[in-house]
Design a protein around this ligand. Structure first.
Ligand code: UDP
Ligand code: MG
Length: 320
């Protein structure tokens, strides 16, 4: 395991030709200042632009540059996982390619790691240059995740973090397909701490996380760590049954004492709508879980590598 490399920097990239040059330069600067050995593992998540050929270009005169290319877009969380699978360093740092995560913060993370922490994650105190909608939905999601799981997953924290080798080895033993890496890191445990930062704007290009991918990520986060959405059916069911029984009681009471009781068809329809809406929602939630169980049952590999530069080929992480 000990290859002599101290730090592995894992950078997932998806159509990042507009920023990759800057990211590469800033990372080089920061890592050179440590005076220790390192590798930059770019994980190309099926980019359709010049990203991969640019990276290969940097690699020509620089053997710290490594590239892992997927056969198609497998998603950010899978790209991070693959980077960790191939990383050789004693500590692995995961960082976005768009410089929203300032590379200089890695030095602070390294300092904490040397103090003895196994995971140092970057907590955002501010987010610049992101839409009101994105900030609000992210805020809501982290709170929702916190109330729905028993696990202490830090809020306002992305995937920008340093992870010690022994935690990486534990993460590699978690074979799940619909991965929410931050949650998995919390689940693994060990000594974890935070460094704070203000999240910058994306340097160039546009977000690779449209609403659809954000929804998928949040559903993965919640379903991987909580059964509470499933329990909603029990709660809602209980409330409705109680309500139904008490209104029946009122009806009988009215009838017995011969009072007039008006119950139009509007009432019937609205109750019908509420009930069927509720049922459909619950079926949807159950479907989210069943779909994920299905994904696990098929045991497909998490990703497919189509090219790799500068990296030793290791076994694909398949379930034992
Ligand atoms: N990314 C990826 N695969 C994807 C989407 C994104 O590898 O399917 C990478 C992207 O290149 C970037 C990081 O994941 O390095 C975070 O994406 P982005 O900055 O677009 O997300 P945002 O900061 O807008 O949430
Ligand atoms: Mg970004």
């Amino acid at each position: 395991m000990n290859s002599g490399i101290r730090y592995s920097i894992v950078i997932p990239v998806y159509n990042e030709e507009a920023v990759i040059e800057q990211t590469y330069r800033r990372l080089k600067q920061v890592m050179a200042s440590t005076g220790e050995s390192y590798e930059l593992i770019f994980v190309n998540d099926g980019s359709r632009d010049q990203t991969a050929s640019l990276i290969k270009g940097y690699g020509e005169g620089d053997d710290t540059v490594k590239l892992l290319g997927f056969s198609r877009n497998f998603g950010h969380q899978v790209a991070i996982t693959a980077g960790m699978d191939y990383a050789a360093g004693a500590a692995v740092v995961v960082i976005d390619a768009d410089l929203q995560d300032p590379p200089e913060l890695i030095l602070e993370m390294i300092a904490k790691w040397k103090e003895g922490f196994d995971v140092v994650y970057a907590k955002r105190t501010k987010r610049k240059g992101e839409t009101f909608f994105k900030k609000q939905t992210a805020h809501l999601f982290y709170r929702l995740l916190r109330v729905s799981t028993d696990l202490n997953i830090p809020t306002d924290t992305g995937d920008f973090r340093l992870i010690d080798r022994r935690v990486v080895e534990e993460l590699k033993r978690l074979p799940e397909r619909n991965r929410y890496v931050r949650g998995l890191v919390s689940w693994v445990g060990f000594r974890q701490t935070a460094v704070e930062y203000e999240r910058d704007e994306r340097l160039a290009g546009e977000t690779k996380y449209p609403l659809k991918k954000m929804m998928k990520l949040s559903m993965d986060g919640i379903t991987s760590f909580s059964y509470k959405p499933l329990k909603l059916a029990t709660y809602a069911g209980t409330i409705i049954v109680t309500f139904g029984l008490s209104s029946l009681a009122v009806l009988i009471f009215m009838k017995m004492f011969n009072k007039i009781f008006l119950a139009g068809w509007e009432l019937v329809i609205s109750i019908q709508l509420i009930l069927s809406g509720l049922l459909l929602t619950m079926m949807g939630i159950i479907g989210e879980y069943i779909g994920r169980i299905y994904d696990e049952a098929r045991e497909r590999p998490l990703y497919i590598i189509s090219e790799s530069y500068g990296l030793m080929r290791k076994e694909q992480p398949v379930k034992k």
